[in-house]
Design a binder for this molecule. Structure first.
Ligand code: ADP
Ligand code: MG
Length: 205
C-alpha cells in the first residue's frame, strides 16, 4: 500500500504557563523525567538570562533540576539542536518568554519533524501584559497548562507576578525578593509609580 500520509507523524506542542512561582519549571522537569522513563530521548534548552544555579541545567524554585543547555538566541538554539535532531524525541524549553518571535516558526518546524515540544514560560509581565512569544505559542499548542501560584498576601490562587520595590529590571529569573505571586485582588501594576507619587505627596505635605 502506498503511503497517503507524510512519512513523519507530526509531533505535539505542550505549553506550560502561569506567573512566577506557579511551578512551570517543576512541571517541565516532571514531564522531561517521565519522558526519559519512557526511554524517549530528551534535550532541554533555556535562554542565558536564567542565572540561577548552573548553566547546564534548568532549576525550579524548589531546587529540582534537569540537564539543559544555555543558548543566547533562537539561532543558537537551532544550531545546537539540529545536529542532534535524529537522536531526539522530546525538546524542552524553559523561560521561553525571553526568546524572540523566531522561536514560533522553529517550534512549528520541530512539531512537523515529529518532535514532542514542551515549552514553559511566563504568560504575562509584571505589568500584566502578554509576554513575548508565549501567547502565540499558547494559541497554536495542542495543550496548554495554565498554573497558578499562591498569593503572598492572602493565600488564594495567584495569576500575577508582582514586582516589588523600585527595581527597573525586566523579570529577571532567580532575582529572589524582587517579585512575588499575587491574586487579582492584591496585584498592583505600576506599583513603583504609585510609590513615587506617594513619596512626592508626602514630600509636599
Ligand atoms: P516557576 O517556574 O513557575 O517560577 P518553579 O517550578 O520554579 O515555578 O517553583 C515552584 C515552587 O516554588 C513551588 O513548588 C514552591 O515550592 C515554591 N514557591 C515559592 N513561593 C511560591 C508561591 N507564592 N506560590 C507557589 N509556590 C511557591
Ligand atoms: Mg521557572
Amino acid at each position: 500500500m502506498s503511503p497517503t500520509h507524510p512519512v513523519t507523524v507530526p509531533g505535539v506542542l505542550e505549553v506550560i504557563t502561569g506567573p512566577m512561582f506557579s511551578g512551570k519549571s517543576e512541571e517541565l522537569i516532571r514531564r522531561l523525567k517521565r519522558a526519559r522513563i519512557a526511554r524517549q530521548r530528551v534535550a532541554c534548552y533555556k535562554p542565558d538570562i536564567d542565572l540561577r544555579y548552573h548553566r547546564t541545567s534548568i532549576a525550579s524554585h524548589s531546587s529540582q533540576t534537569h540537564d539543559a543547555s544555555t543558548v543566547r538566541t533562537v539561532e543558537d538554539l537551532r544550531a545546537a539542536l539540529f545536529p542532534l535532531l535524529d537522536q531526539i524525541d522530546v525538546v524542552g524549553i524553559d523561560e521561553v518568554q525571553f526568546f524572540s518571535p523566531e522561536i514560533i516558526p522553529l517550534t512549528v518546524e520541530l512539531i512537523h519533524l515529529g518532535k514532542r515540544v514542551l515549552i514553559a514560560g511566563l504568560d504575562t509581565t509584571f505589568e500584566a501584559e502578554p509576554f513575548g512569544p508565549v501567547p502565540h505559542l499558547m494559541a497554536i499548542a495542542d495543550t496548554v497548562t495554565k498554573l497558578s501560584a499562591v498569593c503572598m498576601v492572602c493565600g488564594q490562587p495567584a495569576i500575577h507576578t508582582q514586582r516589588l520595590g523600585a527595581s527597573q529590571e525586566l523579570v529577571v529569573v532567580g532575582a529572589a525578593g524582587l517579585y512575588e505571586a499575587r491574586c487579582r485582588a492584591h496585584f498592583t501594576p505600576h506599583q513603583d509609580e504609585q510609590h513615587s507619587e506617594q513619596l512626592e505627596l508626602s514630600a509636599r505635605a
